[in-house]
Ligand binder design. Sequence first.
Ligand SMILES: Cc1ncc(COP(=O)(O)O)c(C=O)c1O
Length: 483
Amino acid sequence: MDGGDRILERLAQLRAGDLAVRGGRTMAYVYDAGLDELEELAGRAHAALAGVNGLDMTAFPSVVTLENEVVARAAELLGGTGPGARTVGTFTSGGTESCLLAVLTAREHARRTRGVTAPEIVLPTTAHAAFHKAAHLFGLRVVDVAVDPDTYRVSARDIAAALTERTALVVVSAPSYAHGVVDPVPEAAAAAAARGVLCHVDACIGGWYLGHRRLAADLPAPPPFDLGVPGVTSLSVDLHKYAYTPKGASVLLFRDAELRRHGWFAHAAWPGYPVVNATLQGTKSAGPLAAAWAVIQHVGTDGYTDLARRVHLATRRLVDGIGRIDGLRVLGEPDASLVAVASTDPALHPFVVADEMRLRGWYLQPQPAFADSPANLHLTVTAAVAGGDRIDELLTELAAAVPRARDLGPPVVDPALIELARTLDAAALTPDEAALALAAAGVGADGALPARMAPVLAVLQELPPALTERLLPEVVSRLYGGA
Ligand SMILES: Cc1ncc(COP(=O)(O)O)c(C=O)c1O
């Protein structure tokens, strides 16, 4: 057997090639409270229950208590308590699983209560990709609803117009990932309710933050977005985002147990143990649940409210500061702590800015152009980003990266290449053709990506989405050893 130290050293070596998960310079994917003690507490709580199997809550009753307490906390924060409230919830492995379950539940509800056999889901074009995944997996037809080209919010009128007797679910975001804006939840939920349709609020990324910001009397109240809004029937909120818990933690709240039950799966007709699954998983470690429970207990309502205050102030300073950098602009008016930064200057491409910032130790996430949303950079402001002089540092680095990116100019995309790519039939693309297309975009035969990603991303965003969706799995397949 290899020595433990050597094994751990190998892990550390591998991690050295990753983005930093703490410190506030990675502005997507990771959520850092900037509190050192949280990591240790969470790690110990995780380890204490890692071997417990949430598959069977009768064998491991600790998971019932922990889950009920975590769900109760989320319900209390997000409009699920009060006179007449019958809110229940489910702890899931993350935002995607919460969204999938919300859709599965709605599909089953529509089938059983309204006889809908060809279900539809009404999605603003800004809804998270997880809902498209759900529609794909569970066989719902997506009815896309365009959003306002300036505010990036959907209009309730357009939602209402998209409803049919087949609609199983309407989804709105609070806030959306790409632009950080909150859809008009009361109006959209009312439109859905008027047709007897369920309405899900995707508060995966911002719900915990907005809920606590609302508790701070000195901060601007967020727009109404939660289960307290009439017509809202379910809501997802991730704990592994703004509750700063280890990954693998989200809560899906339902207006009542009757609705929640439609998404459950029970099976007794096999020779093994009787199965009841409230989530998509079977065996599941109680580690993430225990860690989430511990972190929530430790930080507490006042602690989260304080973190939300810091994040709010930092986001304001960031938005103001970006407005002062010649060539950059913020898309829409962010309602939460997510900021999308675009360019006002054709000579300055956001993806080149991202490459420059990466060289300076910052990760800003490129978001390709889509519909009325130009190419931009996504910045998630967490408490760690709000800490110390981080925002000043970020603005200083950005102010230096912008002229450099302008000197470099936008990535050059060969129009003939795009023209050719557009003639390809994504569905019929052979592996050899896919390999050629990837090589033309600058991707290595082993899936390796260049240090400077702007040229690759610039090509990808010009391609029809169906072709990009065909090519991206090819890249990943190469990384995992398949050509
Ligand atoms: C609004 C929204 N919904 C859903 C998700 C999916 O969450 P996860 O990545 O935890 O699966 C995200 C992730 O960022 C999100 O921002």
